[in-house]
Design a protein around this ligand. Structure first.
Ligand code: GDP
Ligand code: MG
Length: 744
């Protein structure tokens, strides 16, 4: 009686001439059968082999470089993989030509099939002076890799063992995803949502893969999509169209080219991590590799990086100063026009203090933000930003983060001017849940675009001499804080092992002026739009909170009384002089008149301050003052910081409103920065303390929501609010107390 054999099926795939047929023959010997694939005249070879009581059914796929729909062979191979019940693919690669061969591997992985790599012709590779670290390759790509020599049968048993093991595993593979850069990634995630919501072809193909095929303009898949659900298919096509137009405009390229660039970039970065060792032929390096030899050099790389970032800050602060002055001047004029032409009352206060001084404070920084975005666009479009991530990966690993976290940090404002919300979403590329959490919880420490005006205001007012240096220090503090917190979290609440990292290194490109301008404008416009909508809204709410309930009748009467007393004591002549001066700025003004005027203004100021203190926001700020004083924050700053939880720009707009409400003579108004400089409650130590607090305290509301969603639990959202605020307060207090004690 014959023992029942267990059966598994695998497919053999690979580029032409990688040794597929040789391996197939070596494995199956005489147990072969040649036929045609159903419906097409492409030869289909099948055979059997046995290994430790398992019968392995092997199908030899046509040799292809790719899985697009360009040739019949490619279509046949692809359809076989997606339509037959063979779920495992042995991918044979030519070791002496790894870069090109792995291109197919990446596509197989994206298709979501379990893949086992046969690293073939290692003999030939060795003869050419190429050694390959199979374990490293396996670890980086997360799939089994077995060195083989098909001609001698070397490695075929191990290969069969791995293939059998792979086809038996029922557990779902973690999805393989490579990043295709900002533009395509966001298009893809939009498409994936639509595909998943509609169950669009998704029991047959992975959702992201379908998205990629639409972007690649794959006619077969698109016509299939049109047939099953034209509405969804059209939605996807529309996204593709928008993305294509955008890419054409900004990078002068199209999705397909970009996709292939990033796939090769992914492979290049794997091979760069010590997978391949070559003897000789270093001269044959491509230009990008030559540039990388310098820019990502172990020693010079970080130095160049620091110099570039410093240079960027220098450029931004130096050249934006004049246009920032123009915008501030413009809002000064608006303020004056409103105060001269509107009649006294609530509406005037709302327009001047709530809107012009609140939103104006934020909009004043538009030129600075614009310059910053321009510089960052250069770094990004040229491909340098990807190298920054590449270099920082090793540092990140030490702190329990992952190479993929680097991009999330940079997107969040790692250099300056990003946003933590897309940063939080970028953490999706992290496969380990714990590394993802560590990333989610630390990206909000970066200098997002909303914190920029806060930093710029304080640095400009109190550290005007070394703005670029100060910005660099702030950046270093933010990164160090994030890394240390990550390390602490990874050693305590979210401890666990690290996972390997591979990152896409696209080739260097010369950015086009048009592309840079479009990218700069897109981001700047986002900032302006936010200031004109959300910030305006919050600004008005905060103005109301800072205005109501206002003074009681008795209090108003008290101040009115004081004014009358001063006026009665003064001669009619002097009063006439003051009145004349209010109308004509050049009018003669005696010393005695000036003294009276000052007395009257002091009363006005006391009244305004009393009203602000009495207000809802004022009471909150005052209630917090006993604690916040430890870090040097008075009640006005407290109001701003509470407002900043809604959106960080609000810290600036609220300070603008708070100081504007307490202001008496609009004609003497300087910018907010000048007002702070003159105010006795402020000094560089307070500014530094506030900078530190702003870096570390609770993320803005939208980010908190995003964290909760990505972490899959509101517990972590709450954690980030409480933990960050406590941390920020501790750091700010320590620095303020020590600094003040040392007499700074
Ligand atoms: P296919 O096009 O993928 O089916 O490739 P073939 O099996 O026809 O092999 C192409 C050539 O590579 C043949 O000359 C093989 O003898 C040779 N070859 C296949 N495997 C190896 C190997 O492991 N080492 C060496 N040195 N040559 C090999
Ligand atoms: Mg062949």
């Amino acid at each position: 009686m014959e023992k029942q054999l267990e059966r598994v099926s695998v497919a053999l795939g690979g580029n032409p001439n990688c040794g597929k047929t040789t391996l197939f023959n070596e494995l199956t010997g005489a147990r072969q059968h040649v036929g045609n694939y159903p419906g097409v005249t492409v030869e289909k070879k099948e055979g059997y082999t046995r290994r430790n009581g398992t019968e392995v059914h092997i199908v030899d796929l046509p040799g292809t470089y790719s899985l697009t729909a360009y040739s019949q062979d490619e279509v046949v191979a692809r359809n076989f993989i997606t339509e037959s019940n063979v779920r495992t693919v042995i991918n044979i690669v030519d070791s002496s030509n790894l870069e090109r061969n792995l291109y197919l591997t990446v596509q197989l992985l994206e298709l979501g099939v379990p893949v086992c790599v046969a690293l073939n012709m290692i003999d030939a590779a060795e003869k050419r002076g190429i050694t390959i670290d199979a374990d490293k390759l396996s670890q980086l790509m997360g799939i089994p890799v077995i060195p083989t020599i098909a001609r001698t049968g070397h490695g075929k048993n191990e290969l069969m063992d791995e293939a059998i093991k792979l086809s038996r595993t029922t557990e779902k593979r973690t999805e393989f995803e490579i990043s295709y850069g900002d533009d395509l990634d966001s298009a893809l995630s939009e498409m994936v949502t639509i595909i998943e919501e509609n169950n669009f072809l998704s029991n047959q193909y992975p959702a992201r893969w379908l998205g990629i095929k639409y972007l690649e303009n794959d006619e077969l898949i698109i016509s299939k999509g049109d047939a099953v659900n034209p509405t969804v298919s059209n939605k996807l096509k529309k996204i593709v169209k928008n993305t294509s137009t955008h890419l054409q405009k900004t990078l002068n390229t199209y999705p397909e080219a970009l996709i292939s660039d990033y796939r090769y970039g992914y492979i290049a970065s794997i091979l760069k991590q010590g997978v391949i060792k070559r003897q000789g032929d270093i001269n044959k390096l491509e230009l990008s590799d030559k540039i990388d030899k310098v820019l990502t050099n172990r020693f010079f790389g970080p130095l160049i990086m620091a110099a570039i970032v410093y240079g960027l800050y220098q450029f931004v602060f130096t050249y934006s100063e004049t246009p920032v002055g123009w915008v501030e001047g413009f809002f000064g004029l608006l303020n004056e026009a409103a105060s001269n032409n509107m009649s006294e009352g609530m509406l005037k206060s709302l327009v001047i203090s709530g809107i012009i001084d609140g939103v104006g404070g934020v909009l004043g920084f538009v030129p600075l933000i614009m310059f910053m975005f321009f510089g960052i666009s250069i770094l990004e479009d040229s491909g340098y930003l990807a190298r920054v991530a590449f270099m920082l990966d090793k540092v990140f690993a030490v702190f329990g983060l992952h190479g993929n976290s680097v991009m999330a940090f940079i997107v969040s404002g790692g250099i300056a001017g990003g946003c933590a919300v897309p940063g939080v979403m970028a953490s999706r590329t992290l496969k380990s849940k714990k590394e993802k959490l560590a990333t989610l919880l630390t990206v909000p420490f970066m200098n997002c675009g909303a914190k920029m005006p806060v930093m710029a205001l304080l640095v400009g007012a109190f550290f005007a001499k070394d703005e670029a240096t100060m910005m660099l220090i702030i950046t270093v503090i933010a990164w160090s804080g994030a890394l240390i917190v990550a390390k602490i979290l990874r050693m305590t609440v979210i401890s666990g092992p690290p996972t390997p990292f591979v990152m896409e290194l696209p080739p260097y490109r010369l950015p086009t002026i048009k592309g840079l301008l479009i990218h700069t404008w897109e981001r700047t416009w986002q900032y302006i739009k936010k200031a004109g909508t959300i910030i305006l809204g919050i600004s008005i709410i905060l103005w109301a909170m800072m205005t109501f309930p206002g003074l009681t009748e008795n209090e108003v009467a008290f101040f009115e009384n004081q004014r009358e007393t001063i006026q009665k004591a003064a001669s009619a002549e002097l009063l006439g002089e003051i009145e004349a001066a209010a109308e004509d700025e050049e009018a003669e003004f005696s010393e005695a008149a000036a003294a009276i005027k000052e007395q009257l203004e002091t009363v006005d100021m006391l009244e305004a301050e009393k009203a602000l203190r009495n207000s809802i926001a004022g009471s909150i700020g005052t209630a917090m003052e006993p604690i916040s004083q430890a870090a040097g924050f008075d009640w006005r700053t407290n109001i701003a910081l509470v407002g900043g939880f809604a959106a960080k720009e609000v810290v600036v707009s609220t300070l603008g409103t708070a100081y504007s409400l307490g202001e008496v003579d609009p004609e003497e108004t300087g910018s907010l920065s000048e007002t702070l400089q003159k105010d006795p409650a402020w000094n560089p130590m307070v500014a530094l303390s506030l900078i530190l607090f702003t870096i570390f305290y609770a993320p803005c509301f939208v980010t908190v929501v995003a964290i909760g969603r990505e972490a899959g639990s509101w517990k972590w959202a709450a954690f980030s609010m409480i933990f960050n605020t406590v941390l920020a307060f501790t750091v700010a207090t320590l620095v303020y107390q020590i600094g003040s004690a040392m007499g700074f």
